[in-house]
Design a protein around this ligand. Sequence first.
Ligand code: ADP
Length: 169
Amino acid sequence: MAQERVGLYPGTFDPITLGHTDIIWRATRLVDRLVIAVAINRDKGPMFTLEERLAMVAEETEGLGQAHGCVIEVRPFENLLTQLADEVGAGMVIRGLRGVTDLDYEYQMVGMNTRLNPKVETVFLTASHEYQFIAARLVREIARMNGDVSAFVPDRVVKRLRRKLTGGN
Ligand code: ADP
């Protein structure tokens, strides 16, 4: 049997957007197992707790890989991505590219990650045109100002944002 192809898709997912789910769905065509790694914390505190972000990602990706025979796993991560890749047996890291601004940062990351772990390739999937402008940061800003984010995130996430911003759980 050919060796299992494992992909690693890291991010903050604060919250998961339709841009993320599109990349995830497309990535399931490329690998047998896709590990979605939810960053514990980045720079400043995220709007959603790690548990909430893990739950949202798990909910929105359930069964998403079935059509392509891909198993999706969701887990938290805090340490180096290159270490995690070894830990989960991933040969590729998957990233979404929205445009030149993403590219600049990603290019540098790939350079450093390749030095840290040359066995892991980074594979970029360009954003689908209908989701190209979606960024979790903007979704949070719009939601905070009571704007309609239903074109950018799944329905359950719209509800979670509403609950979060009105002081519910
Ligand atoms: P980061 O903080 O690294 O950008 P995110 O959770 O925002 O983490 O995103 C994780 C990955 O998903 C990154 O590779 C990012 O470029 C990609 N991504 C985010 N939004 C979109 C989108 N709308 N279309 C395609 N890729 C996206």
